[in-house]
Design a protein around this ligand. Structure first.
Ligand code: SF4
Length: 62
């Protein structure tokens, strides 16, 4: 599984890193960023929860 944040859509609310800080963090530009490469299996549920919780649907996990 990989996670991706569309920075053009992200409003920088900070929710996803608070839900799953092992996958999402806030970048210097105030937008969220996901870890590069595969999401570790133990964090897949957190990544999905972040995707479902984002208020502007900026997160894609697949
Ligand atoms: S939850 Fe969505 S809008 Fe909020 S910081 Fe994460 S990607 Fe951006």
């Amino acid at each position: 599984m990989k996670a991706h944040v569309d920075k053009d859509t992200c409003i920088g609310c900070g929710l996803c890193p608070s839900i799953c800080p092992d996958v999402f963090s806030m970048d210097d530009d105030g937008k969220a960023v996901a870890i590069e490469g595969d999401v570790p299996s133990e964090h897949e549920d957190g990544a999905k929860e972040g995707e479902e919780s984002c208020p502007v649907n900026a997160i894609e996990v697949e």
